[in-house]
Write a protein that binds this ligand. Structure first.
Ligand code: DGL
Length: 267
């Protein structure tokens, strides 16, 4: 049985975890939500590298995962190269599905809905140059929807007029496909489809599930993990509704992780 570590700034990575859990039902998961420093979307690359190094260090030293999924587009686009050269285990990144959107668009008009960091970063620019250079690509960078998704899971109603304003550029430019380039945003899929059903909203969850299966088949991990449970770790105190939020993801325990800095190595 393999153990996957998952890291995100909050509940966004759960949209990826759900797909991986159903593709690999015998695997275990340690999900680390960095609620203390969310959102990531307005942090610098240097900050993200330092923070993700610390989080990977923690998860590796405490849980010995076979592989780590950086279940966050913002962190993946800013840190993947660094993490892969620093840590000696498979690191799976989640990056905007520009290629899929470009291939599927019948009118060559696509959108990227992501955090400001992901929208402005070199990684996304390169994806656009490599796979969508003949397309009109409308980019919308927002941290508002990250907060909206977090609050929705805690039971707050989604403000549809704010959401409509955010996605208006895609509607105006007749984008056929819009990439949900932030793992928080599939939590808002129902509302997005309600507001703009003519747009195909694309996320990376099934691609990452396939990638995890491939990594599992390729590596045939032999490590023997003592426990068979999946756990949710948060760097901030857990909200009252945490059980209801996490119930669909089969976590058997949730913890507030304190003193993460104790696990830092030198970098
Ligand atoms: N869920 C993350 C992403 O995919 C980060 C959102 C944030 O913290 O700004 O980009």
């Amino acid at each position: 049985m393999a153990l996957f570590g998952f890291i995100d700034s909050g509940i966004g990575g759960l949209t990826i975890l759900e797909a991986v859990q159903s593709a690999l039902p015998k695997s275990q998961f340690v999900y680390l939500a960095d609620h203390q420093y969310a959102p990531y979307g307005n942090k610098t690359n240097a900050w993200l590298i330092q923070r993700l190094h610390l989080l990977c260090d923690y998860i590796i030293s405490q849980h010995s995962p076979d592989a780590i999924v950086i279940a966050c587009n913002t962190a993946s686009t800013a840190t993947l190269d660094y993490l892969r050269t620093t840590f000696d285990l498979p690191i799976i990144g989640v990056v905007p599905a520009i290629k899929q959107a470009a291939e599927r668009s019948p009118n060559n008009k696509i959108g990227l809905l992501a955090t400001p960091g992901t929208c402005q970063g070199h990684y996304s620019e390169k994806l656009i140059t490599d796979f969508a250079n003949e397309h009109l690509v409308i980019k919308v960078g927002t941290t508002t929807l990250v907060d909206m998704a977090e609050k929705k899971l805690q039971g707050e109603a989604v403000d549809m007029s704010i959401l409509k304003d955010v996605i208006q550029p895609f509607i105006e430019h007749h984008c056929s496909h819009v990439v949900l380039g932030c793992t928080h945003f599939p939590h808002l899929r129902q509302e997005l489809e309600q507001l703009a059903g003519e747009i195909n909203w694309i996320d990376s969850a099934s691609a990452i599930a396939k990638r995890c299966r491939f990594i599992l088949d390729q590596h045939r991990f032999t490590s023997n993990h003592q426990s068979t449970e999946s756990i949710y770790l948060s760097t901030a105190p857990l909200p009252d509704q945490i059980d209801a939020i996490l119930q669909p993801y089969q976590f058997s325990r949730c913890h507030h992780v304190t003193r993460l800095d104790n696990y830092a190595t030198t970098y």
